[in-house]
Design a protein around this ligand. Structure first.
Ligand code: APR
Length: 255
């Protein structure tokens, strides 16, 4: 599919879904998970940091790691991809942003109603009673990678506060998953941006969209195999999204 034919489909779409992974935040300086050398899972062991067992085994190591990630996000800025996605909402009748990312860069770029399938760094809760916990805005300075920070205690039951992240082996938030699925099955165009597409059930969404007749486009710096009915725009998310919007809707000064 050429950029101009995709642009035409965007102009004619009644409902567009943008589905993002860590690659959408990469140009903001936020590490992805599986990029060679720089990916978080290349440098850290998810079994030690991203499971309920890991947290119970070493709450301070786990909490410190997520605070380090939260502070990196706090010091980052939305990039051109986030801005283009927020801008896209002004040009189509309905845009649904479904993200696997736990940062708030879509929101800070102006996207609204973002569906977070894997939770959010800014929404910790008590591991025992589920009470939400209000984080202090930001730590004085960025904790060192791997530093231990004692998690805060729940004000209601004194249990440990855990990151509001969906860990491996945990279910996705029911409402988020249902909303993401409904959008995927109802949209005309599904843009999958910056995801390796290997973590389920999130990775099912493009397939559900395809199964319902949507035009599915993957935007990624690295080419990977997709079915013959899917499309691929290879390149960085910010550049590809900016040129796609300009092709579809004319020059957009905001980008
Ligand atoms: N523009 C577009 N794509 C990019 C960019 C960029 N600037 N930089 C990297 N990418 C691509 C990589 O090629 C890779 O395919 O983004 C993808 C990131 O893949 P992952 O690191 O696997 O991240 P993601 O797909 O979001 O992982 C899904 O896995 O560990 C869990 O819960 C975690 O939400 C995460 C889930």
């Amino acid at each position: 599919m050429t950029i101009s034919s995709l642009a035409k489909q965007l102009r004619e779409a009644m409902h567009v879904v943008v589905f993002t992974g860590a690659g959408a935040s990469a140009e903001s300086g936020i590490p992805t998970f599986r990029d060679a050398l720089t990916g978080l899972w290349e440098r850290f062991n998810p079994a030690q940091l991203a499971t309920p067992e890991a947290f119970r085994a070493d709450p301070s190591l786990c909490w410190g790691w997520y605070e380090w990630r939260r502070q990196k996000v706090g010091q980052a800025q939305p990039n051109g991809a986030h801005l283009a996605i927020a801008e896209l909402a002004k040009h189509v009748p309905r845009l649904t942003v479904v993200t696997q990312n736990v940062d708030d860069l879509h929101e800070r770029a102006g996207s609204q109603g973002v569906i977070h399938l894997h939770g959010r760094l800014n929404s910790p809760r008590c591991i025992d009673c589920g009470h939400s916990y209000q984080l202090q805005e930001s730590l004085e300075d960025l904790p060192e990678e791997g530093s231990r920070i004692e998690p805060p205690r729940c004000r209601a039951c004194d249990g440990y506060v855990r990151p509001g992240i969906v860990w491996f082996g945990e279910m996705l938030p029911e409402d988020a998953w249902r909303a993401g699925l409904e959008a995927a099955e109802e949209c005309d165009v599904f843009l999958s941006i910056g995801t390796s597409g290997i973590v389920y059930p999130a990775a099912e969404l493009p397939l559900r969209a395809l199964g319902h007749g949507a035009t599915v486009v993957h935007i990624n710096t690295v080419r990977f195999d997709v079915s013959s009915q899917e499309h691929f725009l290879q390149g960085p998310a910010s550049a590809r999204m900016k040129s796609l919007l300009q092709e579809a809707f004319g020059d957009i000064p905001a980008l």
